[in-house]
Design a protein around this ligand. Structure first.
Ligand code: 5AD
Ligand code: SF4
Length: 560
């Protein structure tokens, strides 16, 4: 018996209205995050009634907790958002599982940066269709970047009508309230979403269901109306906003690794690179205040976090206003403060991503080079080595400027690892343009490159550019780029062989249960043999490792 079937029995003698009724809804505080904490507590009571009732804990023990799976696509920002989703679900009493096909609740946190990310979601949803048929009481939710595209939401509502809950990137903090609203809807209470939208401009939502509901109720209770109502109760709750309102702090979160954490410093992007959909789905840039960021880091350090990653689509344009002084703080200034705080609190490593080459300043390089804890690792997306294509990409730097920035990084920190992103086959890319990209790859000698075939995103300027490149040419270029980059990466990795360097161990190796795997300060992966009884003691700590053999992308070594 799965836990949801088991769950239906937990309501015997309990009136669901007790957890979902109008009184409960109207008693919700207006202020955030208190409002969401309130709904989390209600969800917990709903999933496990005994827990909310001090006199009646007798049946608590034999009720299995509901299970939930969080499935994440895409970048570090999404990974961080998923930690927030997980934190909320755990606090609401769910037990987390990786088994999406059997979970009582599944949420897909989507990415839409390239077309194949979208296809990925549809594949996974398709697989859940039968499960949903046999277990209609299970809940499927979809959120993230892809839901900021109205066409995709329309497609879900039409062709994947078994999805129950849809929300976007700007209202992720409303997840507890939305889940509560979904439970009410299933029970026959189809609400106006006004309170959920909290005055924010809406891109797409399901508020028409509420209007229809009111109308049907006015018609009265003949069987036809009853059927229509029943249908309405199975429709999804949808709430997607156009842009972010306030940044809501202090919601629960659950770190994937106890010893490292992403810290959002800013959201959104104002750059509008011509191929990129991110500014449309993540909205305009919005920075958190230095006070909030430093406080979150201090708390993380107190909980034993050893490594933090400062996150933003474009961290170099961070402009946080410090409340005491009401002046803007730049990213290098923030990084300096974070480094000081790390020294004080025992954080060993600070990373950040992503930086835009156009505003990589000398000041930032200087802060990095002088810092005690900022890792000598830099992700510097090239996209193309051709100044002509860079211009069409709206990147605001040319080949020379990029080479200059990379050279400056290496000069200031000779041991730095530089990684990049490259797009092949951007509209109008000629063989000459492509050779310029290869030239930059040769000159900078990236330690790793994420290479992508250009993917047309509707709504971006590049989607209407002429001269889409011939598919066979794109494939040929992609292969040539990969071959060159792999050779360079392998050669450049060799430069650390024989050295003894600190490694932060993260996990048991996926490939060999007798090995543990960790990262050098510069981000390189290292595998080390460790007896099973020693593994848990080593994971989450920094140890000196002698790097013995390089294998193209990673090292094997031994503890000293
Ligand atoms: N096609 C291919 N790659 C893309 N990227 C962003 N948009 C596209 C697109 N339309 C790549 C860029 C970016 C990375 C996160 O994804 O290289 O740096
Ligand atoms: Fe997209 Fe350019 Fe913004 Fe990066 S900087 S998220 S590539 S628009």
């Amino acid at each position: 018996m799965n836990s949801f079937e088991n769950n239906s029995s937990r309501y015997i003698g309990n009136d669901l209205i007790r957890f979902l009724g109008n009184d409960v809804l109207s008693a919700a505080p207006e202020k955030e995050p208190e409002r969401q904490h309130y709904f989390i507590a209600q969800l917990k009571a709903l999933g496990n009634p005994g827990a909310s009732d001090a006199q009646d804990q007798s049946h608590d023990a034999d009720v299995k907790p509901l299970t939930a799976a969080v499935v994440t696509f895409g970048c570090q920002m999404n990974a961080r958002d998923s930690e927030k989703l997980t934190g909320i679900l755990e606090e609401a009493g769910y037990e987390m599982t990786d088994d999406e096909e059997n979970a009582d609740f599944v949420i897909f946190n989507t990415c839409t940066v390239r077309e194949n990310a979208n296809e990925h979601l549809y594949g996974r949803l398709g697989r859940l269709k039968n499960m949903k048929k046999s277990h209609p009481e299970r809940i499927i939710a979809v959120c993230g970047c892809m839901m900021q595209e109205s066409d995709e939401v329309a497609k879900l509502r039409q062709k994947y009508a078994y999805v129950d809950l849809i929300f976007g990137t700007h209202n992720l903090y409303k997840f507890p309230e939305l889940l509560f609203m979904l439970h009410r809807k299933r029970l026959g209470m189809v609400d106006s979403l006004e309170a959920v939208h909290a005055g924010n401009a809406v891109l797409t939502d399901s508020s028409a269901d509420h209007e229809r509901y009111e109308k049907l109720l006015r018609y009265g209770g003949n069987t036809g109306t009853q059927k229509d109502l029943e249908k309405l109760y199975r429709k999804p709750v949808v709430s997607v906003w156009q842009d972010s309102g306030d940044i809501v702090e202090d919601l629960p979160q659950q770190r994937k690794f106890p010893f490292k954490q992403g810290i959002n410093i800013m959201f959104g992007c104002n750059n509008f690179c011509s191929y990129c959909i991110v500014p449309y789905v993540r909205g305009r840039e919005k920075s958190r205040t230095p006070g909030e960021i430093l406080e979150e880091i201090r708390r993380a350090a107190g909980e034993g976090v050893k490594e933090i990653m400062l996150l933003g689509q474009n961290v170099n344009s961070y402009r946080g206003i410090s409340s005491e002084e009401s002046v803007f703080m730049s990213f290098p200034e923030l990084l300096q403060k974070v480094d000081d705080l790390a020294e004080e609190t025992g954080i060993e490593r600070i990373r950040f991503m992503t930086s835009h080459p156009k505003d990589l300043s000398d000041e930032l390089i200087e802060v990095m080079a002088k810092s005690k804890h900022v890792c000598h690792q830099f992700h510097l997306p090239l996209q193309s080595g051709s100044s002509r294509i860079l211009k069409r990409m709206n990147r605001h730097y040319d080949k020379e400027r990029f080479l200059d920035r990379a050279a400056h990084l290496r000069e200031a920190m000779p041991d730095i690892v530089i990684t990049t992103d490259i797009i092949v086959g951007f509209p109008g890319e000629s063989e000459e343009d492509f050779l310029e990209t290869l030239d930059v790859v040769e000159k900078v000698r990236f330690d790793a490159a994420f290479t992508f075939i250009y993917s047309k995103r509707e709504g971006t300027p590049a989607a209407s550019f002429d001269y889409q490149v011939d598919e066979a040419d794109v494939k040929d270029r992609f292969d040539r780029l990969l071959e060159l980059q792999n050779r360079i990466a392998a050669e450049s990795l060799e430069r650390f062989r024989g050295e003894t360097l600190p490694v932060l161990f993260e996990d048991v190796s996926e490939y060999d249960p007798m090995m543990i795997t960790g990262k050098l300060e510069n981000g390189t992966t290292v595998h080390v043999a460790a007896e099973p009884e020693d593994q848990q003691r080593l994971i989450g700590t920094v140890r000196q490792v002698r790097l013995e053999e390089s294998h193209g992308f990673y090292y094997t070594g031994s503890l000293v």
